[in-house]
Design a binder for this molecule. Sequence first.
Ligand code: ADP
Ligand code: MG
Ligand code: ZN
Length: 629
Amino acid sequence: MADKPKKPGFTGWKFTLIYLVVFLAVMSGVNMFLAGKNTSSIDFSEFKNKIKSGEIKRVELTESTFTGYISEKKAESAQKIPFPPINLLKSESAPEAVYRTVAINDPELLKLMDEKNISYYAVSRQSGAILGVILNMVLPIALIVIIGRILMKRAGLGGGMLSVGQNKAVIIAEGDVATRFSDVAGVDEAKEELVEVVDFLKSPQKYTAIGGKIPRGVLLVGPPGTGKTLLARAVAGEASVSFFRMSGADFVEMFVGVGAARVRDLFKQARDKAPCIIFIDELDAIGKSRINNIAGGNDEREQTLNQLLVEMDGFDNTRGLIILAATNRPDVLDPALLRPGRFDRQVLVDRPDLSGREAILTIHSKLVKLSPRVDLAAVARSTSGFSGADLANIVNEAALLAVRGGRVLVDQKDFFEAIEKTVAGLQKKSRVMSDEVRRVIAVHETGHALAAAFTPNSDPVQKISIIPRGFGALGYTLQMPVEDRYIVTEEELLGKIDVLLAGRAAEEIVFGQISTGAANDLTKVTDIARKMITDYGMSGRYKNTALTQRGGGMSGESMPDPFMHREYSEAAQQYIDEEVARIAASRYEYVKTLLGGKRRLLNKVTALLMEKETLDEKEFKEVVQSDGV
Ligand code: ADP
Ligand code: MG
Ligand code: ZN
């Protein structure tokens, strides 16, 4: 980030301020001292008397005052243009006793002075007076204003404020992005989704003519280093449009309002350049849920987020402007960001599986001279859990090792040495797992998948994977609903519970012991079972009864209501808890029996999953059917 406003230099401006105060105090002190020393204001009559008595020997006349001096000599400096301020002038010409009175148009006075032979003269103070006003009042004010300005500027406020939003240094559109989809591998599903975005950017009118709905925001979700930034760039490259890239952290500034101004500015520039892509990397930096920080929210971030929401709602996306964003913390995002019309399309960018890793290795080895002995498939096999960035790093590291070893071609052993170096680091971050752990995960996921396959009306298995996803789950089994279900039967709810419990059941069947890997599944099981009892009236004792909880109406979106209270007895609560446990226990026994009868298939799928790391719908179906069930 380039021109972040500087922190005000506290010692600097404090010093200036003190200096100013001292200066003014001294000035007025000197004025009072000098002016007040010998000059005494007296009544006109007394003034007259002093002339009569001959004490006053010389009189200076101005429009407003008569000044009497006791010496005859006229001070030279009296005619000088006064500086410093006018008060000093009088005192300068008055080292002696001076009497001053208010000017009165009294012809007798002149006569008297003529009689007494007193020299009198008029001094036009007109110019002096104006100058005096200027010097006495305007100058200090001007000084204060100037110093004030300097201080404000240092603090980055005031005049500087207007230009803050125009952040020239950060937002630069990249034209001619060279990245293409062919530079990205191992994330085929994400690529497929983005092809449509590219097509839209290339010819928006094709879509608008038909009245089709165009995506506004696409959120790339995935662990670090999986190629989210690379993909966003590839979209811009494929569509040959400009690419505005900003990181979420760039928006979060110390001054409230700066981030919001930057968002406004970004969108303004992008609108002028459309068709183009705005890419907000690390969206979570600004998009964190506002709900989670009730105590001491970050005003600045909230304002920035609000501005982003306003801009996303406001822009006319028929002109080919698309917002891409990336995050590896989708769980912390504010739900408002994910609403329709904003980032309603989410694309999962996962760590690559075996074939994906080989493809990524191939891409990155293009620029490296490989010995013919190098087997990238073997390298891919021993890099389970590595991200695209890790693999790019392996290739680079292997090349460096070859150079260090004085070889002109990169050898297989360079690759393995590079892998070994990296694995240690990744194991600490629990991204690379030992074979035993992978086996437990494979058995667990196979359990889910098989239970789904043999539960009537269950959603078909779309994908099984033992590649850690980075959001808690170590592996996952993806089920896709065939249709949107508006009504779910009791049997289907129990089926869901069966599938969820099947992971742990499979572990128990194969290893004779259970692990913590099922924690997430158990939360869901408990949730479904509880709802069956409280909301759907599907329990024995409270059949067709809703055991409701009512809130104080204070809850926001996804925020638990602190004033929630249940409208049923303590006894009912106890029954609910026991009944949930009973359902879970009986379904667990059921699913364990189910899987126990498919032991051979369980082993077969597990082995295949260990080998390939991911199985898609077709591959999974094939094994199940080949088993002749
Ligand atoms: P992310 O934004 O998801 O953290 P990046 O896109 O910044 O990851 O990836 C960093 C680098 O790692 C890329 O520039 C590229 O060299 C390499 N890389 C990551 N994922 C892939 C992939 N799927 N295919 C090819 N290279 C990749
Ligand atoms: Mg990135
Ligand atoms: Zn599970």
